[in-house]
Each structure stands twice: as structure tokens, then as C-alpha cells.
Design a protein around this ligand. Sequence first.
Ligand SMILES: *Cc1c(COP(=O)(O)O)cnc(C)c1O
Length: 636
Amino acid sequence: MNWSISEADKVYNISRWGDGYFTINKKGHLCLLTNKSSSGPCIDISDVIEEIENQGIQFPVVIRFHDILRSQVININKKFSQIIEEARFGGRYFGVFPIKVNQMREVVEEILDAGTPHHLGLEVGSKSELVGALAFNLSQQALLIINGYKDEDFMKLALLGRTMGKNVIVVIEQFTELEELVRLSKEMDIEPMIGIRTKLSTEGAGKWCGSSGEHAKFGLTIPEILQVAKFLEKNNLTSSLKLLHFHLGSQVTDIRVIKDAITEGSRIYAKLRKIGLPIEYFDIGGGLGVDYDGSLSLCDSSRNYNIKEYVEDVVYILKQVCDLEDVDHPHIVSETGRAIAAPHSCVITNVFGQITPWSHNDTSLLLKSPGEHILVHDMREIHEELKAGNIQETYNDALQKKEEMISAFKLGIISLSDRAKIEILYWKTLNKIFELAKAGNSSQELLLNLEEKLAYKYLCNFSVFQSALDTWAIGQLLPVVPIQRLNSKPTIQATLADITCDSDGKIDKFIGLNKFKKTILLHELEEATPYYLGLFLTGAYQDIMGDNHNLFGTLNEVHIYADDEDPTDFYIEEVIRGHTAKDVLSIMQYTPVALASNVKKTIDKQIQRKRIKPREGVRLTDFYEKCLHEYTYLKK
Ligand SMILES: *Cc1c(COP(=O)(O)O)cnc(C)c1O
């Protein structure tokens, strides 16, 4: 097969999941198109890596592309305003960014900055998120929506926000919350803005489908909503009811579910308006999916619609129901988080080695010796008789012989040297079969089996639990792409292993043509040049969910902007250092000073006992302290 950049694009599906942001340049480097257009700025990610190296920043590194954040915010707002205008819809669109998706200050600031002209607001689900959110400057009309279960202080904070002049809407999840909110607002003499979350009977689709439907954890049933209405009327607060909310769960894979939910939600809105509740905002929650594998399908890692269809369905269905019911069109609110934040960041890791079961090179192990077990003889024969015509048969025989060997070994019948011979012959045979199978027209199944059995493990300098948690926790697929060499043919089927001492610390789910694949095609490693892999679309949820398993800490981060003057240039706006050993140890209640002093004391004792020389002791103490202050990942 001839290789070209377009082949690389197909293998890694870049054009599809990249959504116009990523492309390959003539040098075979992965590049970022900040305007999704080849006539706009084009940042060569290899140049970014070079700059990172020049600045002495260690890998793995998170790169955040602020231009993508801005562009995502602007795109969704533009889509809504375009379609609202086209549909002659009476309300406007007010996005709120759900801060749980990515709480990092720089990220939220960028999103809000790009969203200010569109009155973008925030959504929070906990007290600490609200404490953070209250300090951001939002536009006059922007909303600050509060979801989740609330205690008294949480509601007081919300009312404090009202006194600050912010449009803080408390969304009621339970009737008791309403009683408390009303009591507090009377005590504090502040008029609340109230929302209600309804439990739709429409169930979501995808991983988080439990967020809606009868048995959802959140929201009010219709009888409860009517009880709310009565309670508000009795307390003269009907005019405070501003918003109707529902949320289907994140990453809704099927557009039909969205249509159903909007239809049901629109009816509820209309009927509530008709009984005199002055709801102004129709809040459709989050759920807008990200096409992680680029398949535009019902896979959990994908979605069968694009953003335009999503917005059209929301606007047109809502309009139709309102018109049929003869009620005013509300403003539309969406709490889109994943779709805004996911594409802006990637994790860059360096591959520092590989493992295969046949990576020994002592050929003398295979030499024939007297008294070999019959199974060795059999396996040797299987290996020798392999030819293009009998690969399937040989494959079956080899697998069976190896199993027999393992049983015999457990019974004590096979020696270590015989076992070594059989293992070597087995892998030699499988590798040879793979060569023949690729050249001939063998069955797809055999090829796939061989690809998986013969996959290399590429050792990557990162922790799945810190930097790709979703792949482990929920089987999320993330696009993985080599940053360089995309103009040359990748020949190695591989899986990725991280540096944690946890056999779950691996990635073995990759983009495939139809379904996902257990291996990814990568390039042969070269001694002299580093091989960098990027994990993409990592900007939503993952950052905060990542943990310190094995005390691997947060990553070094670089925040990048395209240079307005030079379309191929960029600048690093900020470098945020990742955790050092001392940082992660402190989280676990260690005191770095005490650690160093304990180690020093022990070394001093060894000096007194004359086990080490004083000079050596000082050197070791210094080295220990240096390690305390360094990055938790492998040095290149
Ligand atoms: C998590 C959450 C969101 C964000 O959903 P995305 O799918 O990331 O857009 C929005 N609203 C509520 C209530 C949530 O809990």
C-alpha cells in the first residue's frame, strides 16, 4: 500500500473527529486550524512541542488551545441566533457554561470572555462552584443557574448573588428546597429567581441516560410542580418563577431522544404558562454530544447528529408546540459543557519504549538439545511446516500446542528451557503467519486476532488515571494520533501502556472503521528521535476527575494562542507547572520538610556507623531533596 497524508487521515479519522480543527501538513505533522479553515491560522503542533522543549518543560504536557474555546462558544451562539432568526422564533438564546465540565479559571475566563457579547452565563451544582462563580463578571443579562441539592448556606449564597445584582436562578430539585428558599428570601428580604427541574418521562440515550426518566435522581414530577405553583401563589411569589429546566444526561447519542425531550418539555412549558406561571426561560440542560470517534453514529463515543440539527430541532419543535398551544415563545437556555470544552485540550506524551512477548534476542536459547520434550519437537515442526497455504491450520495448531505446554508445565513435566523454546517458536510462528496473512487474502477474523495477539505495548509517559480517566472509568474512546511522521506508513499494531503500576493503566480502545479497535497502527520507534502521541478531545470532565493514583500528579500545562500577525505562529500565554512529588505527598498529609529531615537523620546514622562516607551522605540527602521538588513523571 502506498502511503499518503490522506491515508493517515483515514487511519486516525482526523477529519471526522477533528471537526475541522485538525489537519496534516506537508511535513506529515498534525496541525491545528484555529478557524476551521485552511485559509486561517495553522499551528504546527510539532512547533509547539519544540517550544515546550526549548523552555525546558517536561513531558507529559497538556496543551490548551484557547482559540478553540473561543471558537466553540461563538459557533454555538451563532447557530442558535441564526436558527432563531430563520424560524422567526420570539425568544433569544442564553447559554450557560456548566462549570463542572472544566472549572479551571483560565478556561472559564476564556469561555466567558468569548461569550460576553452573547450574554453567556454559568451553571453550578455545588456550593464551592457557586463560591467560584459569584466572583466572575458576567454581562447584565447573563444567567447564573444553580442546580443540584442545596442546603441553607448554598441558598444564602444564591440570594447573596441576587443582592450583587446577578440573575441567579435557583433551580428547585425537591419541594423542601422551595420552602427553605422562600423562608430565607423573606428573612433576607431579597426576591429570588426560581427555576424548577422537571423529571421528563423521556429517558436519555447513551452512558448517562439515568439522568432523566421516572427514576432519575433529580427533578420534580408533574404533581410536585403543581404543588410548587400553589405554594408560590400562596406566598405571592408566582412572578419569581422564571425558568423550567430539564436535563437528559451528558453525551446524548441519539437525536430522537432530544426531539422527544424537547417535545415533552415544550408541552409542560406551554401548559404551565396557560395556568398562569410566568416562565420566561426554557432550559434544555446539557447533553449535546461530542463525536469522539468521528463515526457520527449511536456508539457511546459518538452521536448521530451535528450541532446544526440539534439547534434546529430545539428551536423548531419548541416553536411549533408554543404556537399550537398559543403561548409566548420563551428564551432558550442550554447548559452545553462537553461540546464547548472537549476539543480545546490535548495531552502530549512521549513513548519511551515498547514491550513484546518476543523481545529477547538470545538465539542460543532455541538450539536443539538432547532430551527435548515431545511438545518442543511438535512446535518446531509446526513452525517449519508453515506456508502460505496452511496459515489458518498452523495458527490453530500453534495455539493448541502452547496451551498443552502450559498444562504440562504446571504438572511439572516441562523444564524451563523447554518452555522457553516453545514460547520462542510460538511467537516466531505467529509473527510469520501474520506476515503471510497480510500478504495473502486470509480471513478478516484471523487478521484481527493476530493484530491483537501480536500487538506491541508502547510505553507512554503518563498516567491513564490522571490524564485519560474516562477511558478507564467508562470505556470512553479518545482519539490518539502521532504528532509527527504522518507522511510515512505506520506498521506496528500497538496498545498503549502507562507508567502506573496498575495493569488497568492502559489504552486498548481505538478508532476503527466500523466499531472500535483494540489496537492502533503506529510507527516503528526510532532510537534517535522522540515519538510523541497526542490524546485529543480531553477538555471536558477529565481534568477534574483525573486522580493521583501512584502519586502521579497533575501535568505541566501550556496555554496557547494563535498569533494574529503570523498565521503559522503561536505564543504560549501561560505555563502552569504540574505537581511535584512534594505536592502530591502533601495532599496525602505528608510534610515535605519532615520527610527530608527523617531521611537526613537516617543517613546521618549510617555515616556515624561508617556505612557511608560523609561526602556521600550529603550527596544522597541533596538528591532526595531534589527529587521531592521535581515533576512526578519520567524524565526523558
Ligand atoms: C452535567 C450537567 C450539564 C452538562 O452537560 P453536557 O453534556 O456536558 O453539556 C448540564 N446541566 C446539568 C444539570 C448537568 O448536571
